[in-house]
Design a protein around this ligand. Structure first.
Ligand code: SF4
Ligand code: SF4
Length: 176
């Protein structure tokens, strides 16, 4: 039988920057602790916590990733969204895309132009980067610690998973 996981839910994105500031030192220690953790156990825990957090947290009350991420756009995705908007590829490219550093195409605006009142207006055709974020279900969490912590102060799902992970892994931090 699997052990029950403990989930501490943070629904509201608003206080996260303040809470993150308060936990800055603790999180530096937690980052190091996670680097040393068993990666298989870590992936299992993070994946279970992400599933629970995603069911409990309503992204429509947040939308922070859509306000802050640089979104890559694949050729095929651009075709689909241009078709959905009933505009030509040329118009779509001119209006929404630019070349990223590695020659890939990226959306030319942050926040994302397809975000409207916290909802994605192209949801069923959103880009793969949007579908994956915050990517906590993807194996090798340990290799993505840096990027995960980068979004800790704005994504309630990441905040919930990391704070719950501290409890589930019995992480302790002695205050200075
Ligand atoms: S395409 Fe939709 S899900 Fe992706 S960043 Fe824009 S609004 Fe968010
Ligand atoms: S994935 Fe995170 S940052 Fe994006 S809308 Fe959901 S809770 Fe907010």
């Amino acid at each position: 039988m699997q052990n029950a996981i403990l989930l501490i839910i943070y629904h509201d994105p608003e206080p996260l920057p303040f809470l993150a500031k308060e936990k800055e030192k603790e999180n530096e220690a937690f980052f190091e602790f996670l680097q040393e953790a068993d990666s298989v156990v870590l992936d299992q825990q993070v994946s279970a916590l992400q599933a629970a957090a995603t069911s409990a947290i309503d992204c429509r009350k947040c939308g922070n990733c859509c306000r802050s991420l640089m979104i890559n756009v694949e050729e095929s995705e651009a075709e689909v969204v241009a078709g959905r908007l009933e505009i030509s590829r040329q118009v779509f490219d001119d209006q929404y895309l630019e070349k990223g550093v590695s020659g890939t195409m990226i959306l030319n605006q942050i926040p994302c132009p397809f975000l409207h009142h916290n909802s994605c207006t192209i949801y069923s055709d959103r880009f793969s980067g949007c579908r994956e974020f915050p990517a906590l279900h993807v194996p090798d969490f340990q290799k993505r610690l840096f990027t995960t912590f980068q979004h800790y102060d704005r994504c309630p799902i990441i905040f919930t998973v990391l704070e719950s992970l501290k409890k589930n892994l019995s992480f302790q931090h002695a205050a200075d």
